[in-house]
Design a protein around this ligand. Structure first.
Ligand code: 8YV
Length: 322
């Protein structure tokens, strides 16, 4: 019998194939008092949950290997206290996530989903086209919430659309943002740092959520921010659902006080608030921001590399500094 390894999510096929050579994989549901003490590695992903209650059941846990860049479901304070290493897959999914933010901006503004339906349903060919005019994207104002790796990649793409750049990030100055973007883009773009989310929203046509889902950021995009974004503004969320007050979002959309929303993440995935499913000015995707063949292969290579490092006692590729 091979040693056991624990998973709390469905494994990526490449990771599963590698792991199967050396371990018998059990799910959290298969964890027992008898086998828990043998678990040294937990395999998870950006949406996986590893609260203290689970960690307390694993007295010999040494590594949490996260197939994702987000680790908001992991009790990292408890990991630090117990010297459990947490490895993620930073960097390799940045471009995909930023690309999807622009895909949502374009799909929403140019009504791609509704336009596609009008063609495939025969409405267009039968002369019953209902689609009205969309909205121009190039040159509009984008407000980026959180200017980390993904936020900067969104800024880079929006710069390519000649959009006016604004951001809100408590840890980054306007000068540093401009300097960072100059390294990324090759020129120092005009970008404005706003001192509050409401001010950023008030000065944006698109508010793109790229912030980390730290506990203090939960509900960051609240009714006041959404109201400031207003009836000609659109919310784009490719970060985490918990960053948005989802009930407030539904309410303000139903009241016609927000122009639209493009959402790849939700507070209680895979549950999506029923009201959002029928709104014509909403584009919804099932948490696919990193879901490309190329990026998932790179993520898997990192997860496998960290597991090899654990097995061989060599330095991890991407251990978080807890
Ligand atoms: C998930 C993500 O890990 O990277 C993250 O934090 O949310 C995603 O990449 C991925 O969808 C799990 O399959």
């Amino acid at each position: 019998m091979k040693p056991l390894i624990l998973r709390n999510v469905k494994l990526n096929p490449m990771v599963a194939e590698f792991v199967a050579q050396y371990y018998d994989v059990i799910s959290v549901e298969e964890l027992t008092d008898a086998n828990a003490a043998s678990i040294e590695v937990l395999l998870t992903n950006g949406t996986g949950k590893a609260p203290k209650e689970l960690l307390d059941r694993l007295p010999n846990l040494k590594l949490i290997d996260d197939f994702g860049v987000g680790f908001d479901g992991i009790d990292v304070a408890e990991c630090k206290r117990r010297n459990i290493t947490v490895c993620t897959t930073p960097g390799v999914l940045t471009e995909d996530v930023a690309d999807l933010a622009l895909a949502h901006i374009l799909a929403l503004s140019r009504q791609i989903c509704r336009a596609h339906h009008e063609v495939v349903s025969g409405a267009w060919s039968s002369g019953h086209k209902k689609l009205g005019l969309g909205h121009k994207v190039s040159g509009k104002r984008v407000g980026i919430v959180g200017l980390g790796r993904i936020g900067k990649a969104v800024a880079q793409r929006c710069h390519g659309f000649n959009m006016q750049l604004g951001f809100y990030d408590r840890f980054l100055s306007e000068d540093q943002a401009r300097a960072d973007l100059q390294k990324l883009i090759g020129v120092a773009p005009q970008i404005t740092a706003y001192q509050s989310l409401v001010e950023l929203a008030h000065n944006s046509d698109y508010l793109v959520v790229c912030a980390a889902a730290t506990p203090e950021n939960h509900g960051l995009i609240n009714e006041e921010v959404l109201t400031a974004l207003g009836p000609t503004g659109a919310l784009i969320n490719i970060a985490r659902g918990v960053l948005v007050d989802e009930a407030a979002l539904v309410k303000i959309l139903q009241e016609g006080k927000l122009g639209g929303a493009g959402l790849d993440v939700f507070a209680q995935e895979p549950h999506v608030p029923e009201a959002l499913l029928t709104m014509p000015n909403v584009v919804l995707t099932p948490h696919i921001a990193s879901a490309t063949v190329e990026t998932r292969e790179l993520m898997a290579q990192i997860v496998i590399g960290n597991l090899k490092a654990f097995r061989e006692g060599t330095p991890y590729l991407t251990a978080l500094a807890l």
